[in-house]
Ligand binder design. Structure first.
Ligand code: ASP
Ligand code: MG
Length: 428
């Protein structure tokens, strides 16, 4: 039995498990821990696998041929397993043994074959969830960690693609199942996934693995969560988009939650609340340089921060005009909000004028079409796609000047701390 040190939760995203070399690096990070450190490791799908699965599902849903991308996905995972486990025993088919890898690949193929029209979001979850299942199979085999299926433990409702957590059941399940495993070495499980009471898989929303790490730490009394990333910590902007980024060594839960809400892709927005409620610090660290300081997110006071720049792409600006020239009123808004909620379009920004109301949302063609169908009778509706939503948090006049220079702003809004605008994406 290992002495009872407090539990640490580590989360590794897609980039940190994107190939065999990345998984070896992950293994090195796990080995830096002392042997008696209870560790729960959350892993996302490898690289861009979730996007690939979304594409596969789309093809299957539309009745198109998906054999080739499915084979590519299969070969990719098997290839990584072969590379990581050259010495491992072989099965009857001559394949390297790697947990349930081949069973899962087989299941995925079967499920794709059974996709039918209708019930889109539910079927999406049953397919897209395979990214995490496959990844954890390989990473567990490569690191010797104990593989855990998170789906029967994180209980959600039936809100497909954004399962809402049943906290008491989840806490009970996790305590019963996971605590006894921890003394036997690292436990490794899937991010992003949950399950309903009837045993169907749900997902927690794209990029939801961070949220999984927070759920686990919250329910199991974790001492800390560490998100291992390909950047040095929480930065004031995505270095792939903006030059001259700076790292925040320390930042409050509150600031972080707002940045995540505006779309900073570094942390899933739902991650912070469970951690803040139980005072669990969140570290963001670089898997390339694990010794480096990174960022500590916790309950702290700090001096005003340098401006943070956030870009959300693939946005859609929808404007509603009342047909009879009545003002946009509470009654009108109620109808519009009701319809938005029903088709599950989330508002990223909104603004109203006398007879028109505009919302900026992520572009989901199918949902926007459903919305138009519902509201067409009452409103004249215009929409533009291919837009970007920029947010500057803790803005300065210089920061605004620099970012808006030379752009046509379709909508802009300023509050005390935050400046936001919608503009067209540059032509590709
Ligand atoms: N694999 C999922 C996604 O790409 C979840 C995650 O990476 O956090 O959205
Ligand atoms: Mg990710």
């Amino acid at each position: 039995m290992l002495p009872s040190l407090p539990l640490r939760v580590y989360k590794f995203g897609g980039a940190s498990v994107k190939d065999a070399a990345a998984i070896r690096n992950l293994h090195r990070i796990l080995r830096r821990q002392s042997a008696n450190q209870p560790l729960l490791v959350v892993v996302s799908a490898m690289g861009k696998t979730t996007n690939a699965l979304e594409h596969l599902f789309q093809l299957a849903y539309e009745g198109q041929c998906y054999a080739q991308p499915l084979e590519a996905l299969r070969q990719f995972h098997v290839g990584v397993a072969e590379e990581l486990l050259p010495e491992a025993p072989r099965n009857a088919a001559g394949q390297v043994e790697c947990g349930a890898l081949y069973t899962l690949l087989q299941e995925l193929g079967d499920r794709l074959g059974n996709v039918t029209k209708g019930d889109y979001d539910r079927q999406y979850d049953q397919i897209v969830s395979y990214g995490e299942l496959l990844a954890t199979c390989i990473v567990a085999a490569a690191t010797g960690a104990q593989w855990l299926d998170v789906r029967p433990l994180i209980r959600t409702d039936h809100t497909w693609r954004e399962g809402r957590v049943d906290w008491p059941t989840t806490e009970r399940n996790l305590r019963d199942q996971v605590l006894p495993m921890l003394p036997h070495g690292p436990v490794l499980t899937q991010g992003f996934l949950g399950g309903t009471s009837s045993g169907q898989t749900t997902t927690l929303g794209r990029e939801g693995s961070d949220y999984t790490a927070a759920i686990l730490a919250y329910c199991l009394g974790g001492e800390s969560v560490t998100i291992w990333k390909d950047v040095a910590g929480l930065l004031n902007a995505d270095p792939k988009i903006f030059p001259n980024t700076v790292r925040y060594p320390e930042i409050s839960y509150q600031e972080t939650i707002e940045m995540a809400y505006y779309g900073a892709s570094v942390i899933h927005p739902k991650t912070i609340k469970p951690l803040a409620v139980r005072g669990i610090p969140l570290f963001v660290k670089s898997f390339v340089d694990p010794e480096a300081e990174g960022t500590k997110i916790h309950d702290c006071k700090h001096a005003p921060l340098v401006p943070a720049y956030i870009r959300k792409t693939d946005q859609c600006l929808i404007s509603f005009e009342s047909k009879d020239l009545t003002f946009i009123s509470e009654e009108n808004l109620e109808v519009i909000f009701g319809a938005l909620a029903q088709v599950r379009l989330k508002i990223n920004l909104m603004q109203n004028s006398a007879i028109s109301f505009s919302v900026c949302t992520d572009w989901h063609e199918y949902r926007v079409r459903k919305l138009l169908e519902q509201l067409r009778e009452q409103f004249t509706i215009y929409y533009n796609t291919g837009l970007e939503l920029y947010t500057i948090k803790n803005y300065t006049p210089e920061a605004i000047g620099e970012l808006t220079h030379g752009r046509e702003l379709l909508l802009e809004q300023r509050t005390r701390q935050t400046f936001q605008f919608v503009s067209r994406a540059p032509a590709a």
